[in-house]
Design a protein around this ligand. Structure first.
Ligand SMILES: O=C(O)CCC(=O)C(=O)O
Length: 302
């Protein structure tokens, strides 16, 4: 059964994103929250501990946490349980109109409130694209974020320029030829923070300028990134890399990774359902064609 209604699809076309409520059960959300705190050696009720791991922007670019809250954890069972949750999968099937998908092996986010007098924790938020918007034709792609807790507009969560993909062609004609194809000039564009409830899965068109905001609330922002894209059996190298990443509990190539190797000390690999095995690439989709894979997204996130 479809997860996205006709109205959801229309909203996605017009606004460039759509929200799927209650995408996974509360216990799945809590399991990821627990593992994020364990990974960071921090606790939800101990604000000092939120800042214990210095962001990697202050440690020579290496570390398990960034100023924008990127948590370099990729293969834990709790993450996989959301990736292979049927309602999450069905939402992406509805977007792509095909059941043959691979899931991203993406990370999580814990963005603590900005801290007075501490330059390390003053992240202003950011807006970018993960695709090169100078390409012609532009490829269609989507990304997604699962809200692990209720997230207020001032809590450092997802922000974007609603409606932008539908206006891109008109907008780009007003831009200089040497514009940055990965970071828009925001002059005249309306960046909005998208608050949400725990369990919301927000899926966005990759052409939507997006990022996360400044957290001026008193609670951290917590999220898990999940995206899916059509695949095919043709790209054997990528398939092998994905399987190795799951099996060895390491990031896929091009992700920053965790120099402490926390995940390597966890039990694993994660147990996959039949759906999870297909979403990884371990098992083929029944009757899958040999169509070429779409190009993998190279992360440009901070
Ligand atoms: O933290 C967020 O919600 C946005 C993340 C982001 O910019 C990305 O996934 O490329």
């Amino acid at each position: 059964m479809n997860v996205l209604s006709e109205a959801d699809r229309a909203f996605f076309r017009e606004q460039g994103y759509v929200v799927v409520p209650k995408a996974v059960p509360p216990e799945n959300l809590q399991a990821v929250i627990d593992v994020i705190w364990e990974f960071l050696g921090a606790a939800p009720d101990d604000p000092e501990s939120w800042y214990r791991i210095p962001p990697r922007e202050t440690t020579g670019g290496v570390g398990p946490l960034s100023q924008s809250g990127m948590v370099e954890i990729y293969q834990h069972q709790a993450l996989w349980n959301n990736r292979q949750y049927p309602r999450v999968y069905q939402a992406f099937v509805d977007i792509w109109d095909t059941p043959e998908l691979w899931v991203s092996l993406d990370r999580a986010n814990m963005k603590p409130p900005v801290r007075d007098g501490d330059p390390a924790w003053q992240d202003p938020g950011f807006i970018h694209w993960d695709i090169d918007t100078g390409q012609d034709p532009l490829p269609f792609g989507v990304q997604g974020v699962l809200y692990l807790t209720d997230t207020a507009a001032d809590q450092g969560g997802f922000q974007c320029v609603p409606g932008f993909p539908a206006r891109f062609a008109e907008w780009v004609r007003t831009q200089p030829a040497d514009r940055d194809p990965r970071v828009p000039d925001l002059t005249g564009l309306d960046v909005q923070s998208i608050p949400g409830r725990a369990g919301d899965l927000l899926i966005w068109n990759s052409l939507l300028p997006h990022g996360n905001g400044r957290n001026t609330a008193d609670r951290p922002r917590l999220a898990q990134y999940i995206a899916m894209r059509p695949t095919g059996r043709a790209d054997e190298r990528q398939r092998q890399e994905r399987i190795a990443s799951w099996r060895t509990r390491k990031p896929a190539p091009s992700w920053p990774g965790d120099p402490r190797g926390w995940e390597l000390r966890q039990p694993g690999p994660a147990t996959l359902t039949d759906l999870g095995r297909r979403l990884l690439g371990l098992d083929p989709w029944p009757g899958a064609s040999d169509a070429a894979c779409s190009t993998p997204k190279k992360s440009t996130r901070p």
